[in-house]
Ligand binder design. Structure first.
Ligand SMILES: [Fe+2]
Length: 235
């Protein structure tokens, strides 16, 4: 009986996977299928430690970015609501109860940063944390560069890197996004594990930014990149 139940669960997840995958095929690398796989891996890790309803969390993770408007689109902040609505259509023939479909859709709608909402459910909170963690660390650096350059932005302002004499403009300069959003993410995490992981990832991004500034200044850091050694960088 337990074996049959597990088999049905796996087939439901396989169906959601194949239904959702096509929505990510043309996305820039910041929101591609690999982003979804990383978010799912993080969700599974947190689910093991905290406990959550897998039948809600995993489909929500698969579907959370099926509609993802570019950040410079005037309707960008509606992406999660549109994805939540679309997900209800896709979930219809997959064998979920009405209650599960609503919970999945709510978790998708609530995960968005721009909506500024604390998710209604534990599954929504885990999804939001996983999605935010994937915006940080080494992968966060790559994703941020991808999103910024796809909007036609530059990596930094060569006249005023630190925005000392201008307002931050993260639509124009990628590095500004670290301050306008990314470095604030640790304090927005719902779970302790995600908060700690987010802080580690932010530290790495600060090191990266220092290294970048040093290179732009033409400093010689005498990098020691032998195994296990950290580059010496300005902090
Ligand atoms: Fe996402």
């Amino acid at each position: 009986m337990e074996k049959t139940k597990r088999f049905l669960e796996v087939s439901i997840f396989k169906k959601i996977e194949s239904e959702s995958k096509k929505y990510y095929e043309k996305n820039e690398p910041g929101h591609d299928w690999n982003h979804i796989l990383r978010v799912i891996a993080l969700c599974k890790k947190m689910m093991r430690d905290i406990g959550a309803n897998e039948r809600v969390l995993i489909p929500a993770a698969f579907l959370h970015d099926i509609i993802c408007l570019p950040k410079n689109d005037p309707n960008s902040s509606s992406s999660s609501s549109l994805a939540a609505l679309k997900s209800l259509e896709l979930l219809e023939d997959c064998g979920f109860s009405e209650g599960e479909m609503i919970d999945i859709s709510n978790a998708i709608e609530d995960h968005s940063y721009s909506r500024g909402r604390t998710p209604r459910s534990l599954e929504g909170k885990i999804l939001q944390d996983a999605d935010r963690l994937d915006a940080l660390g080494a992968i966060g650096i790559l994703r941020c560069a991808s999103v910024a350059t796809n909007m036609g932005g530059a990596f930094y302002d060569e006249e005023d890197f630190w925005a000392k004499n201008r307002l931050y403009n993260d639509k124009k300069f990628m590095i500004d996004h670290y301050e306008t959003k990314l470095f604030k993410l640790p304090q927005s995490m719902n779970t302790d594990w995600a908060r700690k992981e987010a802080l580690k990832r932010v530290e790495f991004m600060k090191l990266f930014r220092s290294q970048l500034v040093g290179e732009l200044d033409g400093d010689d850091f005498s990098l020691n990149l032998s195994e296990g050694a950290s580059p010496k960088v300005l902090i």
